[in-house]
Design a protein around this ligand. Sequence first.
Ligand code: UTP
Length: 408
Amino acid sequence: MTLEEAKAKLEKYGQMQVLKYYDELDDAQKAALLAQIDATDMSIQANCKHQEELGKRGVITPLDCMEISEIEENKAEFDKVGLDAIKQGKVAALLLAGGMGTRLGSDNPKGMYNVGKTRELYIFECLFNNMKDVTDRAGAPIHIYIMTSEKNNDATVAFFKEKNFFGYPEDHVHFFMQEMAAATDYEGRIYLEEKGRMATSPNGNGGWFISLVNAGLLDSVHEYGIEWFNVFAVDNVLQRIADPVFVGATIARNCTVGAKVVRKAAPDEKVGVICLEDGKPSIVEYYDLTEELMNAKNEKGDPAYNFGVILNYLFKTEQLERILNGALPLHIVEKKIPCLDENGNLFKPESPNGYKYENLVLDMIHQCDSCLPFEVAREKEFAPIKNKTGVDSVESAQALLEKNGVVL
Ligand code: UTP
């Protein structure tokens, strides 16, 4: 892209501030900035001015959940179906590790955080240990795909190499990077993070499958015969990975996606709730759950929207390929964005100073034909690490790990 073309694009989107320091740059920096301007989709930033139009929802109705009692009754059958699929290499794990983990506030990728007390025990290691429980039973490793972003890829890959992949076969671990999106101030103006570089952040976890395809990995998925992807977040150290009972139940119920859910602790708990929207599976965020829905009861007299997602899903590959080109809704999220101040010096804010633009994996559920919500016990499978202290923190996760017999 030439400077003239860049100016025309920036003018069209009201982003001329991006060239503020252009004349100070050397030739390589100028070329890099022009290439970044060329590659950046600037149409999405305009959405921050009319956010109310983004979240229009359809008609919400309840979706029945497979509760723990029903799972227990059928456990042996589901376990067999799931374990067979795993043994046949039909199930892969997919770790979403492209996020910035700003709330935890560590400079390293979140998975490198040591949750041990008397020994080293990293978040990545907890997850691999959980996965190994299953692969040891199956007698064969499964493929694991790890999504990173340009911000944390090198550190993540180097860490896995340094730790010798926690004893897992390296040829079954595949890294790929997600796409980035420009970050802005509250008016939608793109920040600079260097004089020759726009501030960018990972574009949310919803683009994981398209990023995997763009990274050229789909051929390997077909070659390995992967029919299911267990997609999960980096920060829940207790979650079960490629859980045979979950896999078996989703297959047995002929669903194209399964979602692990926990029973809500209170009607107003801040979790995304599984439901039907216009007759299709969906997740309604807690802030979209009206008072009426919050207190609605089903025919058994139980709360009708009582199960929250924990970001552990099982997607059928066939379904993913069918929805590949479907656009996901945009989420505009207030975050702390490192950027240049008015004097051109790097500034790391202590509190949010603008917006990131994200697609979310939870919106993929609404694109799927059928979903099995699968209840798990919160105290056994849900210990997310979002914050340093308090709710969903290192401390709360450590307590839950110890409760489940993990030596820290
Ligand atoms: P979070 O919603 O906790 O976001 O991600 P985050 O960016 O990691 O953390 P904060 O909000 O800045 O503190 C949930 C999961 O989705 C992944 C994260 O790595 C985590 O596993 N994720 C998030 C991505 O893979 N890419 C993204 O762009 C965002």
